[in-house]
Write a protein that binds this ligand. Sequence first.
Ligand code: ADP
Ligand code: MN
Ligand code: MN
Ligand code: MN
Ligand code: MN
Length: 333
Amino acid sequence: MSYQAEYIWIDGTKPTPIMRNKTKILKDGQEPPIWGFDGSSTNQAPGNSSDCVLRPVFTTPDPIRKGDNILVLCEVELPDFTPHPTNTRVACVETAERYASFEPLFGIEQEYTFMQNGRPLGWPDNGFPAPQGPYYCGVGGEKMVGREIVEAHTIACMEAGLSIEGTNAEVLMGQWEFQIGVLPAPAIGDQLWMARWLLNRIAEDYGVSVSLDPKPVAGDWNGAGAHTNFSTNAMRESYDAIIEGCEALGKNANEHIANYGAGIESRLTGAHETARYDTFSYGVSDRGASVRIPWAVEKAGKGYLEDRRPNANMDPYVVSRLMIETICSYSEK
Ligand code: ADP
Ligand code: MN
Ligand code: MN
Ligand code: MN
Ligand code: MN
């Protein structure tokens, strides 16, 4: 017999890459090999030299096709097997290896908005739904939309063996969140990208699309973020190390903001539970700070910090690499 391997990769669309996928039929017992694709159709190569290479890096059971079928997340390489310029995973792996003695761990809260006909799912064709308030962690017909997709996605993540931790409805009608963690880099990025792919693929069956737009509706409506929770072994033992991590992030704020997802200024306005993109602050329980120390962490005197700045459309390979670099290099000084 044979089975299906869904090859998945991150393309070169600017400013925010999207995911691509294609199917390879493999013989029973055959490992997924290196494969290729037409990079001229994904903003990854010119037409006269279009071949790009897919190198499998993370494989899971396929919860959609089930059986022996698999999902295969890939890195993109040039034909000479060097990393493609759009490949952000390689640098993440290098940084994770350099600072492995710090044992950095991540949990990411991925927010997203279901869309249909160019509007958030469930929104009226003209005008707006009832104002924000009842939707966050809400229950009840008419006001809650998309829950069947959320359920199917959660089960799919579990069946794929991903470390999904939970889900909740968000503040904007049609917006939801799932969390993945606690994981080291690059696994946090591999699993988040795989979970994003599953969400897009499952929503497709409902005629719905998934937007990671950081500000899907302008005005008095919440944006979509990807709070990134971080700890080192020292932070998991001491409060001082958490404060030092916050100080380190403050010293390198501009580089982080520039790499935390396109359109970050539209979301980090200082309103809607954000700190302005051009300021840096940290505080206990403060949802208006750039970086928050959860109250339970302060109480325990150890744990982790929450970087609230990353956009929903951020690249977790980039964000995890930067957080490790900034915090661990500061603590080495
Ligand atoms: P909130 O919505 O209150 O910000 P969530 O429950 O959505 O909190 O997310 C908390 C996140 O913190 C989870 O993704 C979890 O994995 C992460 N986390 C918990 N402990 C640690 C830790 N020691 N290091 C890194 N991340 C952690
Ligand atoms: Mn072809
Ligand atoms: Mn959350
Ligand atoms: Mn949230
Ligand atoms: Mn959060």
